[in-house]
Design a protein around this ligand. Structure first.
Ligand code: NI
Ligand code: MN
Length: 228
């Protein structure tokens, strides 16, 4: 069973696994780095890591058009219920659930989570997905560095997705430290080059990862995919 991850630009990801289509943090409208439009995205499930506009993005439109279920923390799932989204599933940090596409656990993230209209978005999260054939994928989404990444790494990660943009999230130096704690087989950087404020040289970062860790860094262009 092949699982394919696509980086759509910023923190927006597509995942195809076991015949299911997932989209994570689907920010396309107003995203200068987006490689696809919200109208073109196919999804069975939408994962939303926290309440900020560049992560909630086009979730409501995509959910209404496709009938996809939105999975997020309990507070954000309830907010989507109130926006007329038919299918939502709320979880909370440390809690996992066996969805059709795999076992999904919400992890810690050090960040904010206010929703675009000022509603309480609970606490921000990352995602740890165990696919139906046992692959482990950690999507850190927006976070600073935290020591408990070591605990996430103990799960034995096939792939980690980490932010490197700095200012709002980890920058390159802390993201390198994150790789050392997570020890994934492969790491993919996200949340950079969307705007000048978070411009980074991902290839230079990947070179450092190659020199200082046992992890392979894969730098994608928006729209490119990696299969595992
Ligand atoms: Ni954010
Ligand atoms: Mn963000």
């Amino acid at each position: 069973m092949t699982t394919t991850l696509t980086w759509y630009g910023h923190a927006a990801l597509g995942l195809k696994t076991g015949g299911y289509k997932l989209v994570v943090d689907p920010f396309f409208s107003g995203n200068p780095a987006a490689s696809i439009s919200a109208d073109a995205v196919e999804a069975d499930f939408i994962l939303v890591s926290h309440g900020h506009g560049d992560h909630v993005g086009d979730s409501i439109d995509i959910a209404k058009r496709t009938g996809a279920m939105i999975i997020s923390n309990f507070e954000i799932a309830g907010w989507f219920d109130g926006k007329g989204v038919a299918r939502t599933h709320g979880q909370q940090h440390g809690g996992g659930f066996k969805h059709p596409f795999g076992y999904l656990k919400l992890t810690l993230a050090f960040h904010g989570s206010a929703l675009p209209d000022g509603s309480n978005g609970g606490n921000p999260a990352g995602f740890l997905l165990t696919t139906n054939d046992g692959k482990k994928i950690y999507m850190a989404q927006d976070t600073g560095l935290f020591g408990d990444m070591k605990l996430i790494g103990e799960e034995g990660l096939d792939l980690a997705v980490v932010p490197i943009g700095d200012n709002y999230t980890m920058g390159p130096d802390d993201a390198l430290r994150a790789v050392k704690l997570l020890q994934p087989k492969v790491v993919i950087p996200i949340h950079y080059n969307t705007w000048d404020l978070i411009a980074q040289d991902a290839n230079a970062w990947a070179e450092r990862v190659g020199k200082e860790t046992g992890t392979k860094a894969v730098v994608l262009k928006p729209g490119e995919s990696y299969s595992l």
